[in-house]
Ligand binder design. Sequence first.
Ligand code: NAD
Ligand code: DAU
Length: 438
Amino acid sequence: MRLLVTGGAGFIGSNFIRYILNARPEVAVINLDKLTYAGNLENLTGLEENPRYTFVHGDIGDRRLVSEIFSRGVDAVINFAAESHVDRSIMDATPFIETNIRGTQVLLDVTTEWWREHTAGGPPATPAGPMLERSSIRGAPTDPPAGVTASTTGDNFDTAPVSGGGNSTAGAAGGASPGQAGNGKSRFNGDSGSWEHGSTISTKDLPREDRGQPGTAPAVAFIQISTDEVYGSLGPEGRFTEESPLNPSSPYSASKAAADLLALAYHRTHGLPVAVTRCSNNYGPYQFPEKLIPLMITNALENRPLPVYGDGLNVRDWLHVEDHCRALELVLYRGRAGEIYNIGGHGERTNLAVVRTILHLLDKPAGLIRFVKDRPGHDRRYAIDPSKITRELGWQPRHTFERGLAATVEWYVKNRPWWERIKSGAYREYYERMYGGR
Ligand code: NAD
Ligand code: DAU
């Protein structure tokens, strides 16, 4: 199965790529990532030579590029790519609208075109999963464009301008530098719409024997990775179900809600087998240190103040990223088209409780805590009711928050160079703007 994973150089995407390549030998991953400030190829170190992994540097909103990737064979799409930080969306919503809404629309359009082409007699009137266990799926690698050499090794192909995007830490890691993603042997020229000659594009042969076998083919063609934030804020009681009304508070969550509705509309209108997943706050290795848990761990390790918004009593429902990845695997193979699945780890905690536990685990003083001005529109409480995915797909979280948090703290202690490179780079500027006058 050829899986197009977008945003795979970010926190959850990179964890998912590692997870799925390990768990599913029939899966090959094409990772399309723009390498924004949050995209870091270091998160995928070790996969460069994996014959089942290909990196493409580019934007999900680039229709020509996405079509080009599809022309090489894709069996399903998992869309992680997004601007993901609420605080940034408060400072400037533009990239959120661009990537989270318009980018998702482009992906949905191209996936729909492909779906129409590869479904005999056009899209089915009443889609129902598993949809893709049929011989019409394009999975076989296509020939490379004329003048381009085929390769069977784990290649990357770079489509972004040489000066474009990228996280400075990627280069610093001895991995790829911005604009030179991985070994960057080939380049898609967006202006001419063609591949530049003399370069090498992977046309890796995928394990074909499993394709189309029950249990190894995708049940849905497109998974939209969404968030519990689309439901807005809860009072002290109750949990979000898939039927809870959408009531987003921030430009980020509003853009995610819009993308969800688009994805579900493509299912109803075009018959595209789409599933939407809405998870709670993830934590674990490789999370960018602008989000609560890695920010607090790394600040504590540097003996810097820990900025807690408002009274610190806002509640988040923590989900270990590996539990999230397992849930997504289940949705990919057994999810029902047109459905929404809530994913949550039964891990409700106040921010203050999380921060205190981190300080305790690191043996640092509570005096490092600083209460700062609250986030505008700050949602008070999130809590997910995951009973649908448990009932239908048998998913249960395996990590308790206590053990998961302790392991995460340990990961940041052991991987200091990873986050130090991030914190010493462009992130610093943002940090000053965010917390400078607070
Ligand atoms: P992240 O910010 O760590 O990573 C986002 C990735 O997307 C980066 O690698 C970035 O380079 C890439 N990207 C951004 N714009 C792109 C574009 N136009 N084209 C291609 N790539 C682009 O985010 P994350 O925390 O890993 O979140 C992944 C997804 O999960 C997002 O859709 C987010 O909304 C959702 N989500 C996250 C959480 C969480 O707790 N982190 C919880 C619920 C839902
Ligand atoms: O609920 C899912 C969402 O979780 C995802 O959709 C988002 O992509 C992800 O960023 C996350 O959003 P939050 O706003 O909940 O996460 P963040 O880590 O920014 O903040 C978690 C809580 O901690 C929130 O109540 C705000 C608070 N906070 C955050 C930061 C960065 C602080 O008190 N201080 C801080 O410095």
